[in-house]
Design a protein around this ligand. Structure first.
Ligand code: GUN
Ligand code: ZN
Length: 562
């Protein structure tokens, strides 16, 4: 990959380069990825200046694409610190036949530790770009910000920081940078730091010292990248971002931005519905993690106001329904319709969801977090609204509401209904439980496994995350009752025969999908006339399905052969 000279013009003053000659030059020397001569948008620009800069950048991108031939072309998103300009620039570039989308003009933000502005620039650019295209963060060379940048959707970095810092006798670490003179030990085990003692490095001649420190800096940077890739595959990147943010007060303060509802709603769209690993609490920022935000929103929309009387239990050992099983039985016998809620630090947990991700699969200190945290107080306030809330110890203060026997619903059935609503949307539980219900439990764990409606296998409950796997008969029921596009992925006609054979759905065959679907959600696969073709598991959300031109969008689980 080569750059065009934009950054050098910015650093060292105007250099006379022709914007198209430089693209042709990169093409002719055989670059895989070349870069257009964009206009560097500095943070101190007025909006008018920034607008002029992006107009020229877009114009140059259009003309450069015509001469790129087979070279991939990077078209940087500019727009200074104005989020609307960043988004607009990204949208316009995204419509062109460009291959690679760096976020430019951010070096001064990183140099001055203006991480809030940096985060805003990245999010604004990402919002405008097609989600299937690679994004580069121009000039990002400090591992301190790698986890955050990746979590926000950056795929590539470039920087000469490793050598610039080395020239200045500074060592890079994931938590920041240290002057070699201020270190008494080498807090690192890279090949350089394992081979040399600190005094050996200090005593080297300048040029070989630079060489050694530069190598250390590269080892540390790549180690962090490998850790990030592990975190992505384990599903705990946000946890890593939270931990790392505690290394630097500027970064920590920038994290506050991620508490805004608008940003959480955006990030939540890209968040898988469950993870391989339990959710680990790192501090109050965890309460704003996209997956926590989602669970709070879904609990609020599905289960708030279900009953005007709520019995509240304190956070305890999980699964809650086992720890509190006696108390729950007693309450349910007398008052089967009362809502039972555990006052968890992740927000209110209806007892029926106590095996569902992330409520069961989370590790959080048991302390009076809820009472101390204003945000959580608000969450509880809007969930409870005007309901009567009684602590389970004070239940005797409530008069027993006499209930007829047919109001009593078996707790397992109730769990199935609640999880279905939480997972597929309100009403799904009633649809799936319409027939004569029978279920099989695991002999070993006693947990619900397979659910049959009128003797047809409709759902299986996964032990790992407490969500359902949708069987073809369950899919049929939801298809009959949920109107399009709910939980559907709609495929083009030419893909139909493949899906009928049980093959997975490639993104390029997807015509549309329910905007509510999230990565790893169960879905219905239908054709353009809404005929039911099968059930599967989404690997992407709608925006990604429509943007990716290669790769699988939905893994088909069962196809409908009727
Ligand atoms: N390197 C660092 N920042 C930039 C930028 O904004 N544009 C280009 N082309 N290269 C950069
Ligand atoms: Zn080292």
């Amino acid at each position: 990959m080569t750059d065009s000279g934009t950054f050098q013009s910015y650093m060292y003053g105007d250099i006379n380069i022709d914007p198209y000659e430089i693209v042709a030059f990169q093409r002719d020397i055989g670059c895989d990825v070349g870069t257009i001569l964009d206009i560097f948008g500095t943070p101190d620009q007025t909006k008018k200046q920034a607008k002029k800069g992006i107009d020229i950048t877009i114009e140059r991108a259009k003309k450069s694409i015509n001469i790129k031939d087979s070279m991939k072309l990077a078209c940087p998103v500019q727009g200074s610190i104005y989020p609307d300009l960043r988004t607009k620039c990204a949208q316009e570039l995204g419509e062109l036949n460009a291959d690679f989308f760096p976020i430019g003009g951010v070096v001064p933000l990183m140099e001055n530790q203006r991480y809030s502005d940096l985060i805003q620039c990245i999010i604004a650019a990402k919002k405008g770009l097609p989600p299937g295209k690679p994004v580069h963060l121009f000039g990002a060379g400090h591992p301190l910000i790698f986890p955050m940048a990746v979590a926000l959707g950056c795929d590539f970095f470039d920087s000469s920081a490793y050598v610039k810092y080395a020239q200045d006798d500074r060592l890079i670490f994931y938590w920041g940078t240290e002057k070699i003179d201020e270190l008494t030990e080498l807090p690192c085990s890279c090949p350089i730091c394992s081979h040399y003692s600190i005094s050996e490095i200090k005593n080297q001649e300048k040029s070989s010292r630079i060489n050694l420190i530069a190598k250390h800096n590269l080892y540390v940077s790549f180690e962090e990248i490998r850790k990030i890739r592990n975190a992505i595959s384990n599903g705990n990147l946000w946890e890593m971002v939270e931990r790392r943010s505690h290394s630097n007060p500027h970064l920590l303060s920038a994290m506050k931005l991620l508490q805004s509802k608008d940003i959480k709603n955006y990030l939540e769209k890209y968040e898988p519905i469950s993870k391989k690993k339990a959710l680990f609490y790192t501090g109050t920022q965890t309460l704003h993690r996209p997956i926590v935000h989602r669970s709070q929103q879904r609990v609020q929309s599905c289960f708030s106001q279900i009953n005007k009387t709520i019995i509240e239990f304190e956070e305890t050992k999980k699964p809650y329904s086992q720890t509190y099983s006696k108390q729950i039985q007693r309450i349910r016998k007398k008052n089967p319709l009362f809502s039972i809620i555990v006052k968890s630090p992740l927000g209110p947990v209806p007892i029926e969801l106590d095996e569902t991700y992330p409520f069961a699969q989370s590790v959080i200190p048991i302390d009076p977090l809820v009472e101390q945290n204003e945000y959580l107080k608000q969450i509880y306030h809007s969930f409870y609204k005007d309901a009567t809330v009684v602590n389970w110890r004070n239940i005797s203060s409530l008069s027993t509401i006499s209930s007829s026997d047919n109001e009593y619903e078996d707790f397992d059935i109730r769990r199935i209904r609640y999880v279905a609503d939480y997972q597929f949307g309100k009403g799904a539980g009633d649809i799936l439980l319409k027939g004569k219900i029978r279920f099989v439990k695991s002999k070993k764990t006693g947990k619900i496994r397979n659910i049959y409606s009128d003797d047809k296998h409709v759902l299986s409950m996964r032990a790992s995350d407490g969500f359902f796997t949708l069987k073809i008969e369950g899919g049929r029921l939801l298809h009959d009752s949920f109107l399009s596009p709910l939980i559907r992925v709609i495929v083009f006609d030419d893909a139909v025969s493949f899906i009928r054979e049980g093959k997975s759905v490639f993104a390029k065959f997807i015509k549309d999908a329910d905007p509510g679907l999230r990565p790893f959600d169960e879905c219905l696969i239908v054709d353009e006339t809404d005929s039911f073709l099968g059930v599967g598991r989404c690997l992407l959300n709608r925006a990604e399905m429509l943007s990716f031109s290669s790769g699988v969008g939905v893994k088909t689980r069962e196809s409908n052969n009727i």
